[in-house]
Every structure is written in C-alpha cells, then in structure tokens.
Design a protein around this ligand. Structure first.
Ligand SMILES: CC(=O)SCCNC(=O)CCNC(=O)[C@H](O)C(C)(C)COP(=O)(O)OP(=O)(O)OC[C@H]1O[C@@H](n2cnc3c(N)ncnc32)[C@H](O)[C@@H]1OP(=O)(O)O
Ligand SMILES: CC(C)C(=O)C(=O)O
Length: 513
C-alpha cells in the first residue's frame, strides 16, 4: 500500500484561527500528543512571527523525537535564518518556505512580476538548503494559479533543492475534481516530481476540504496537511482525524496507509479543544459529541439489533468514545425498554406500555430527557402500580399578599384513604406549603434541595418542581409538573415522600394530626 505522510499544522495554521493563542507550555503539550498520535511532521509555528513563536518552535524541536519538526518562513532570508536558529537542534531540520503564485496574489499582494516570483522562490530555496537538509516549498494559492506557470516554478525550485512541493488550496476555492486534476497535471508535467514529496493543503471555505484532500490522494499526493478538529484560518483547514478515519474505513477505495494511531484521535481532539478553547460542533464528523449518538426510534432499534445498521465507525476505533442511544421524542419502545432494563427496571409489557406513553408525553414537553427524568418516570410507574398505599394531593390553596402572612391550605388523601385538610403559614408561599404538608405527612422530612424550572417557553410553560429530601433518614428525590409552580411544588413533595414509601415497601402509620 502507498504510504501517505501526515503533516500537522495545528500549531501554525490552526493557531491562525481568530481567537486562538497558545503559550509555549500548551504548544509543547499538544506537540507531545501529536507525536503519540503518529503524525510525520509537526509544523510548530512561524519562528519569525514573534519571540513567543520562536521560543515554542525551538522548545518543540528540542523535545519531539519521533516526528519531524518544522517552522514556516516567507521567501525572505531573515525569516529562513530565524527558522534555522529555532530548528537547528531538531533531529531532521526541516523548513517550510512559501510564496504565492496566483496572478491576484503576485500582482496585488507581493507586487512582483511572475519572473520576480520565480527568482525569489529559487533564491530562497537555495538559501535554505545551506542550512536545512529538508526544504518544503509551498505555492501559496496554487489552486488559483495558472497550471503552466505552476509547473515551471516547481521545476525550478526542485532544481534548487526543494524536497517537498506543496500545492495549497489557500482560500478553499477548488472543487474535488479541479484539485485532483491539478495534482494529476503536476505529476504528468514536472520531470523529477517523483523524487520529491507532493503535498496537499486544503482550507474549508466551501466545506470541501476533506473531499479535496482525498481527491489529491487519489491523484498522486504523498503528503497531506491539516489540523486537529479542523481549526485554522477563516473556516479552518481539513480535519486530520476525518482524513485518517476515511482512509481507514474506505481503504478499499484509497489503498493507502499512514502512521496514525487512530486510538489517539479522541484524546488529541479533546486536548486541542481544551487548550485552544475552540468548541467542537456537536455534529462534527468523527469527534463531535453526537458522532455516535442515535436519537430516533428506528435507528435505535436497528442499533440494538445490529450496530452495523447505522454505525460505519465503531467508537472504540478512535479511543475513548461510546455509542449513545439518546432518549427523546423521536425514540421508540425498543430503546426505552433497553434503557429501563439497564437502569434496573424489569417492567412487564403492560407496565412498559404505560410508562412509554408517559415518556412520550414528557418528551414532547422537555427538550432533553436526562437519566433523572427516566428514574422519576419509571419509579412513578412503580408507585402507580404499587400495592403500597401512598399520599395523594386533592387540593392546594395559597393566600399571598405583600401585606399578609402567606398561608397554605392543603387537602390530601393519606395512605389509609382518609382525606385530611391542614393549614399553616410560612415566610413565603412555598414554605407555607411545606409547613402544611409536614402536618399531613407522617414521619420526619428535611428538605435538602428544591428547584423549580419551566418546561417549554412562553406564557403557557409548565412548572416543574424537583425536591431532594431526607424522609425518615433516607435521602430521596422526586418531581412533578403542573401549570402552576405552587401546585407542582405540593405534588413534588408528596411524590418524593411516596417514592420513599414504595422503596421501603413499608406500611405507613396513620398520621397523628
Ligand atoms: C497562507 C498563510 O497562512 S501564510 C502565513 C500567514 N501567517 C502569518 O502571517 C502569521 C505571522 N505573521 C506575522 O507575524 C507578520 O505578518 C510577519 C512578522 C511575518 C511580517 O510582518 P510585517 O513585516 O509587519 O509585514 P505584514 O505582515 O504587514 O505584511 C507582509 C509582508 O510580507 C510580504 N509577503 C507575504 N508573503 C510573502 C512571502 N511568502 N515571501 C516574501 N514576502 C511575503 C507581503 O508582500 C508584505 O510585504 P511588504 O511589507 O513589502 O508589503
Ligand atoms: C503557507 C501555506 C501552506 C498556507 O498555509 C496556505 O496556503 O494556506
């Protein structure tokens, strides 16, 4: 199988992302992880850009042993000399020189004629070769350059000593077909290209960086450049983890291999995200939070029957990642039952059916169903079906006014079936309800935590109350929902007590009022 070298530029082009600024210690930590990840070359910075970049490149060059370390330089002697100072301590000194070759860049940015550009490129490569055994030369904006001119300048820089030629799609303009054709054109029209490495460097402005990089591989590229998580200037660079996994999963198509350790993907991605502060979009291929999450019933059913139905990548392939069947309003009975079983609820078909109906109602109301919701829902099912008598709210009424003492009146059925009505005051409406219910419920209650949130948006949002308490010495959590938060509070209080009663399976003493 043909070998593809992986050139990582997370610390150079990746750091060119707006808002990212890594210090030397952070760069060294990432470089070490990139070495573990198995990249061939680490572009550790642009030594002439700042003293901080110089320091980071120099320290990484002295630290990393299993990957080649390089630094970027313009086609300017002082940039190359500075790069040499930073990189001379590395095992295989390598420099990356670039110069734009597209008409727009030559005329409007460099303000040079094509002839002057060829001269500058050749002179800079010759100068670099006095120091560096390995010289990569990049034709910036290659994909918008004239192919004949590109072939000519490449011939000249190879003669001057370049060991790698890079054809960047600097502004992410090329289509896969065009980019592939460019690589084919250069391999067919530059004598000696087979003696150097031919590299692809793609940006994602039109979302085609991955497809373009793969097209380059199919058309003769022997090195590809990119970043972890696809960070980089503007819309970013190609994401290396996507290329590595695509080459592995579709090896029959591409027939190439790399030295990448796929199991390090998740760790590398998380480290880069954490140190750069650049959040990974949830639906990002390979490393996004949802890359292995399935929410819809039909998919979840398929996954439970055979994961190959909906997963082309096993999460284990990329290290510490797991398949997740997320319960939501699109989920079905199979996934619900599976989760209930995993949570220790062995429900009969009948009970499962009832619980599933309640689950769908809840899922319609709530954006996210968390484990705690399911626990409450499934234990509610147990409470409803339980032989053990429990409390049931009949009515709650609160008198509140800024000049009055808040007073609650509550009627509730006790476990023995007796309807009891009590009233009490409190510092506020909620405390008044708690004080009243304390009179109705037998046993000792200590409220540990109480939260109300709204479910849904707007004026008709429902109120959800969640209560964490100790009841007769046992810690228990319950919740309930109502249109009114005070009603939800009273119901949640009794739901919490009932949960413990059922759990303990005990007969409750009739309250002494
Ligand atoms: C496609 C890419 O990602 S290329 C890499 C981009 N990365 C960076 O620019 C990050 C680091 N850059 C920097 O810190 C600064 O731009 C420096 C230190 C390199 C240069 O700073 P300054 O000297 O202040 O120049 P400034 O950035 O304003 O302008 C760039 C100059 O370099 C010239 N230039 C641009 N590319 C090249 C090149 N490959 N070779 C030679 N000269 C170049 C420009 O024409 C311009 O020259 P001018 O001053 O004669 O008009
Ligand atoms: C310096 C070059 C390789 C570059 O980053 C680009 O063209 O995008």
């Amino acid at each position: 199988m043909r070998k593809i070298d992986i050139f990582d530029t997370t610390l150079r082009d990746g750091e060119q992302s707006a808002g990212i600024n890594l210090n030397t210690a952070e760069k060294i930590e990432i470089a070490r992880q990139l070495e573990r990840f198995g990249v061939t070359i680490i572009e550790s910075g642009f030594p002439a850009a700042s003293p901080g970049d110089f320091d980071a490149v120099q320290r990484i060059a002295g630290t990393v042993k299993n990957s080649i370390v390089t630094g970027l330089a313009r086609s300017v002697e002082s940039d190359i000399a500075t790069a040499w100072e930073a990189l001379k301590g590395s095992e295989q000194p390598h420099v990356h020189i670039f110069l734009a070759t597209s008409p727009i860049h030559m005329e409007h940015k460099l303000m040079k004629t094509p002839e002057q550009v060829v001269e500058t490129a050749v002179a800079s490569v010759k100068y670099a070769k006095q120091f560096f055994p390995l010289v990569q030369w990049s034709a910036e904006d290659a994909s918008r350059s004239e192919p004949e001119f590109l072939a000519r300048i490449i011939r000249e820089v190879i003669k001057a000593g370049a060991t790698t030629i890079n054809l960047p799609d600097t502004v992410g303009y090329a289509t896969p077909q065009e980019y592939g054709a460019l690589f084919r054109y250069i391999t067919e029209n530059v004598v000696g290209i087979e003696n150097v490495k031919l590299s692809a460097h793609c940006h994602n402005d039109l979302g085609m960086a991955t497809a373009n990089t793969l097209a380059a591989i199919e058309n003769g590229a022997t090195q590809i450049e990119g970043t972890i998580n696809g960070i980089g200037e503007r819309a970013g660079n190609v994401a290396l983890e996507e290329i590595a996994v695509a080459l592995h999963i579709r090896k029959q198509v591409y027939s190439v291999e790399t030295d990448i350790h796929l199991k390090e993907i998740k760790r590398t991605s998380q480290l880069v995200s954490q140190l750069t502060g650049s959040i990974i979009q949830p639906n990002k291929a390979v490393v996004g939070k949802n890359a292995f999450a399935h929410e819809s019933g039909i998919h979840q059913d398929g996954m439970l029957k055979n994961p190959l139905t909906y997963e082309i990548i096993t999460p284990e392939l990329i290290g510490d990642a797991k398949t997740e069947l997320v319960l939501g309003k699109h989920s079905g009975r199979h996934a619900f039952k599976d989760r209930a079983l995993k949570m220790g609820f062995e429900l009969s078909e009948e009970k499962l059916k009832k619980a599933f109906v309640e689950f769908k109602k809840l899922a319609d109301r709530k954006k996210v169903i968390v484990e705690e919701d399911l626990l409450v829902l499934l234990t509610d099912q147990q409470i409803n079906d339980s032989e053990i008598p429990v409390y049931k709210l009949e009515n709650v009424q609160v008198h509140y006014g800024t000049a009055n003492i808040p007073t609650a009146t509550v009627s509730a059925y006790q476990p023995n079936g007796e309807l009891v009505t009590e009233a009490a005051t409190g510092a506020g409406s909620v405390e008044a309800i708690f004080n009243t219910l304390e009179r109705i419920v037998a046993g000792e209650v200590h409220i540990l935590d109480y939260r109300v949130t709204s479910i849904g948006k707007g004026r008709d949002a429902l109120g959800e109350a969640v209560i964490n308490m100790t009841y007769d010495g046992e810690t228990v959590t319950g919740r309930d929902v109502a249109q009114d938060v005070l009603e939800a509070t009273a119901k949640a209080y009794l739901n919490t007590v009932n949960r413990q009663l059922v759990k303990a399976g005990q007969k409750v003493k009739v309250a002494v009022v």
